[in-house]
Each structure stands twice: as structure tokens, then as C-alpha cells.
Design a protein. Structure first.
Lengths: 339, 339
DNA sequence: TTGTAAGCGTTATCAC
DNA sequence: GTGATAACGCTTACAA
């Protein structure tokens, strides 16, 4: 079956209409070799007239390049892959490249399958989107083309892993809170086995220490990435330490939970307690009450950077190691506006 | 550059290793023609040994089919495209087909560009994901392969549009509320220019009428799809109609806003006022307090169905018109559990 | 049963 | 400057 052969316009048709050979037509269209100006004109016009679209398959067969990259993720349904994907897709589109998308859904079998598929499809490179959790096994040996790991780190230091600078993001938060004259700062975050959670704790503690401070309660409250945990931990923390004047939350959901409980407990935000989230999940952070100061991971940027490095690798200039890209503090009312 | 030619395993390599011609090797691998059992064995083993992956480009060049479909969306960042995409990707993966993803971001220029790109890449078909707003112009004439429109309807009745049954979803909600002995039901929803918003109103009113009821206040409160609007409208509605005993909200965000205000006003949910959302946006609906009864659009299913129809069209059996797929009510505590 | 050869649509290498 | 011709990797008549 497939498409009707007849209705597919080929270079031969264009050449015929222009009265030249396919070779000349090809050169004219690709600005290769020397073609007489008027010949080129005729060819271009013929191509235009027939709405000629060069067959990418045939091209790829010769060049060995498909101008396609494979994007492999494990959690498209989550909210981190998408911005990365968008950033990458945008950067690729500018270079006339396309994205083959595969979501392995955390299943190793599925992942293997997709890798084989993508390799068979001759993708020029891979972008592997991980999660903010631990390092993940390198796919290195299985893949004959350049790979860039984004958001989740590869175990192999010879791979390139591109991460958000979680430690730096946490530093921004604490510096901001201290600048707002907060001194008794608590930290409620997700599971301790998340690399991102630990990194943020490290960053936060560093800045606190530089200012002669410690976390309220001494330790962060590790739990889960949910509103429910945010509510629970906030209640607990404020009961034990009623003089807490700021909460740094590990993500926006936790922060929203915190806001709810603070309101219940009669604490004003930001007057009594400042609250900071993480992720800048707009639909939550900007629409809650009060709007949430939070950290933006610059994920779109991360995706775009991944593409840049992938191109470099395709050009024979691979980068290796772990690169951390700065985050950005988004200040909203929950920490008191500058005004 | 492109990949090193040398390290790409080709059918020729396999044939050589097996000591047969490429033709025989091809037949053996594709179970075509008559090949001696032991010959086939040798070929299969050689292929295995070399980890041979047939070059999809070469295959596609011959067959005219690429086993690739283009998925065109306008709002990947929103939360509707993703589940549809996942459903489609899953269904396609089962048939060894892949997805080329393009997000036009609502930009017509970009959309045209992507369409050209995808056509040049010889995709076998398109899935166009729209939004729940108005009908959108058919892309019909520009595309030489089958197209299925999902979530957003095409202007052309000769196209196939696959939608969630918004009217039916609203019916489920109202029937449920009435079964819970609610009689004074208000409706707060998004902008009136959204087709989905209007359809839901229609469905809700139909069931109310069947039960001799009307919406509290007579009219739905059209606004925006935000918590903020949910808060504002709830305050307004309950002030004007203090005896309201149920709120049907146009989406989960509005419902969350409603929950907040109800708490502030000292109304218990669900005891005094039952609240229902729409979309079953898990991370919001399941994690708020109390968890939200809401309507699930079955979007993954929608994506999978789209693929089915696309396959049918590829096999020469296209469907046309508008198909509406049922929604599903997810009952949680905000309307009182069955218990 | 197996191998030879043509051809898918394009680009690259040569002669002319 | 232009046009045969040979690839690219694979499938498929058709011949052996």
C-alpha cells in the first residue's frame, strides 16, 4: 500500500519540467556546483510549481544523516520532561531537525526496545531525559551516535550530563530570605534518596553557615513531593518551632501545602512566615494565594543547551562530564515584594 | 559528517557472514519466499551475532511507508496534549511505529512549516491535537496522507475529529450530585468562548431539567480556568445564594479555588457543599483537601483511539465526522464517599 | 532453493 | 555548465 507513488513529486519530475537532467536539478536546488543562473531559475520555478519536497529518506540514505534526533524519556507525564523537550524541539527546529519521541515509562525493556528502534531509524543523536533522582546507567555502549543526558546524570563520566544547578538554586533562595531579614529558616523537602533534594540541602546549609545560621530544627524534613506532606511537615515544624519566620520548600506542591496550614494556624504570609517553593510550576505557583516565590529550573534552556552540545558532538567536538546550569529565583508575594 | 559508514552493520555483512546472497538474507529475515530452514538459521544467527538492524530509510524508500506518524500540537505545555500523546505513542509503539513530535505553539507560520517538514519526511499519517476551544481550520488539502484530529475539532466534516464527550461528562457530574441529594447546584466555569465550557453547561442543564431543577442563579458563571476565578466566583455565588449545596466547577483549578473559599467561609466540604472539578488533573485533584471528585477525560484512550482510526485510514477505511468518547467520573471525598 | 539485477529518490563523481 | 552513471541499503521479480 503506502502512498500512491504517482502523486509523489520527485526530482525527476522537476528536472523534466525544467528540461534538465536530475543531476543538474539537484545542483540547482542545493546551490552546489556551478549552474548557469537561468538554468537554476528554471529549476527553482519548476520545483515551486510542482511543490516539490525532496524525499528525506533518499537523502538520508546517501548522507548517513537523517536530521532527526531521538528523545528518550521516562516520565513524560511528569512536569519536567516537557519543558526540556520543548526547548530541545525549538532549538532543533531552527536547524531543520526533527524529534522522534519515546517514553520508556521507567521500564528497562521498553527502553531497550526504543533504543534499538531509534538506532534502526538512523537518528543522528540521542537526548536522554532522566529524572532528578540518582545517576542512571549510561547507555553509552549500546548507542553508536552521540548522546546527551539531561536532568538525570549518567553513571559514566565520559558521557555528557546536563543538570540544573540545584545547589545554586537553593543558595539563591536562602540568600533571598536572609536579605529579607529572615533568620529562622526551616526546610521541608522530598525524599532523601533524591539527588536533587540532597543537593538543595547542601546549598541551603552552605549559605546559612556563611551567615552564622542553621536550619530550624537542625535537619531538613525529608518526606515526599506532595501538598499532603507539605501540610503535615509544616504543622509539625511550626508546632515545634513557633518562631520560624521562613519556610524553604523543596517543591511548589509542598509549598502550597505549607501555605494552607499557615493560614489555618493564623500565620500571615509573608508577614509572619515567608514561604519559598521550587520548580516554578506556574499553574500552581502563580495562581495560589499568595503567589509563590520559587526557583525556576530554566528547563527549556536546558533542552536548548543539550541540543547545542549534541550538535557540537556531531561536529566531532564532544563535551564530557557534568555541566550544571544556573537556576533563577522568581520572586512573588509569598516572601514580600520588593515594594 | 554523519556516522562512520564502516561501523554500520548492513545486510551485506550479514549475508557474507552467513555465506549467502543479500537477496537470500533478506528473504530469510523477512520470512518471505522459500528459504531452506538451515539457511534461514545461519542468516538469523549471523544477524544476531552482528546485532543487525535493518536500515529503516532504505526500507521506507522502497515501500513508500516510513512507519512514522507526525503528531502536531499547539500546546504541549498544557496538560491535555501529553496524555493524548502518550496514548498514541503507546498504541503506535505496539505496531513498531514511531512519533515525530512538533509543537506549533499556536503559531500558524510554524504550523505550516512543520506540516511541510513532516510531509517531506514521508510520515504515513498525521495526528493533530487541538484544544477544547472552537473548531479549527482543516489542514486537509495540504496533507497527502490520512489525518485524525483529536481533542480539537476540524472545520471540515469530511475529516475525522475525535473529541471527549463534554456534554456526557457534565451529565455524569450532575447525576452524581443529584444522587447525593443535592438540589441547589451552582456552576462555575471557564470562558464562554470555549466549546467545551458550553457543552458542559448544556449537559448539566439537561440533567437538571430532567429532574425539575435549574442552576443556582439561573446562569453558569463564565470566567477563566484559574484558581483565582474559582475563589472569586465562589465567594460571589455563595454570598448571593447561601443555600447552595453543590458546586460543579469547569476544571480542577477552579474547584481548588472554590475549596479554599468554602473553608474560609466556614462551609464544610462535602457536608455543607459538595464540590466537583473537571479534568482529573491528579496532582491537583488527588492531593488537595479534601480530594476532589472530578471527571476524567480518558485522554490516553483518546490518543489510542486516534491511532486505531489512523491505521484504518491507512488501510483504506477512513472514518469521517465527529466522534465523542465517553468521560469517566472519579469520585473522591469532596462529594462524600459512598461509605 | 538460491542468486542476479533492477530500482526506490537522491547526491556525488566524473566525463563531456 | 551539464549530464550520464554509480552509489546509499534494502526488497523483489525473475532467472538459474
Amino acid at each position: 500500500m503506502g502512498r500512491r507513488r504517482s502523486q509523489q513529486v520527485t526530482l525527476t519530475d522537476v528536472a523534466q519540467l525544467a528540461g534538465v537532467s536530475v543531476a543538474t536539478a539537484s545542483k540547482a536546488l542545493n546551490a552546489k556546483g556551478e549552474v548557469a543562473p537561468d538554468t537554476r531559475q528554471r529549476v527553482l520555478q519548476a520545483a515551486e510549481q510542482l511543490a516539490f519536497q525532496p524525499n528525506v529518506l533518499a537523502r538520508g540514505l546517501i548522507s548517513g544523516r537523517t536530521r532527526t534526533i531521538g528523545l528518550l524519556t521516562d516520565e513524560l507525564a511528569g512536569r519536567f520532561s516537557i519543558p526540556i523537550l520543548l526547548g530541545a524541539e525549538n532549538a532543533l527546529g531552527n536547524e531543520q531537525m526533527s524529534v522522534l519521541l519515546c517514553d520508556a515509562r521507567g521500564d528497562a525493556i521498553r527502553r531497550r526496545h526504543y533504543i534499538r528502534t531509534l538506532v534502526a531509524r538512523q537518528v543522528d543523536g540521542f537526548i536522554v531525559v532522566g529524572d532528578s533522582n540518582d545517576v542512571r546507567p549510561s547507555l553509552g555502549r549500546e548507542i553508536p551516535v552521540p548522546v546527551v543526558y539531561v536532568y538525570g546524570q549518567s553513571t559514566d563520566p565520559d558521557d555528557l550530563s546536563l543538570l540544573a544547578d540545584d545547589e545554586g538554586g537553593a543558595r539563591l533562595v536562602i540568600e533571598h530570605l536572609i536579605a529579607q531579614r529572615r533568620r529562622r529558616i526551616g526546610h521541608i523537602t522530598g525524599p532523601e534518596h533524591y539527588r536533587a533534594a540532597r543537593d538543595r540541602v547542601t546549598g541551603a546549609r552552605a549559605v546559612l553557615a556563611e551567615n552564622g545560621l542553621t536550619l530550624v530544627g537542625g535537619e531538613p524534613l525529608y518526606g515526599e513531593w506532595s501538598q499532603r506532606w507539605g501540610r503535615h511537615a509544616t504543622r509539625q515544624l511550626l508546632t515545634a518551632h513557633p518562631d520560624t519566620d521562613a519556610l524553604f520548600c523543596g517543591n511548589d506542591q509542598i509549598a502550597v501545602g505549607a501555605l494552607q496550614v499557615l493560614q489555618e494556624m493564623g500565620r500571615r504570609v509573608p508577614d509572619d512566615v515567608a514561604v519559598v517553593g521550587y520548580d516554578n510550576w506556574e499553574v500552581l505557583a502563580a495562581d495560589c494565594r499568595p503567589p509563590l516565590t520559587t526557583v525556576d529550573l530554566n528547563l527549556e534552556q536546558l533542552g536548548a543547551t543539550a541540543v547545542l552540545h549534541l550538535f557540537a558532538a556531531l561536529d566531532g567536538n564532544p563535551t564530557t562530564g557534568v555541566l550544571r546550569q544556573p537556576c533563577r529565583l522568581v520572586v512573588r508575594e509569598s516572601t514580600g515584594l520588593a515594594a
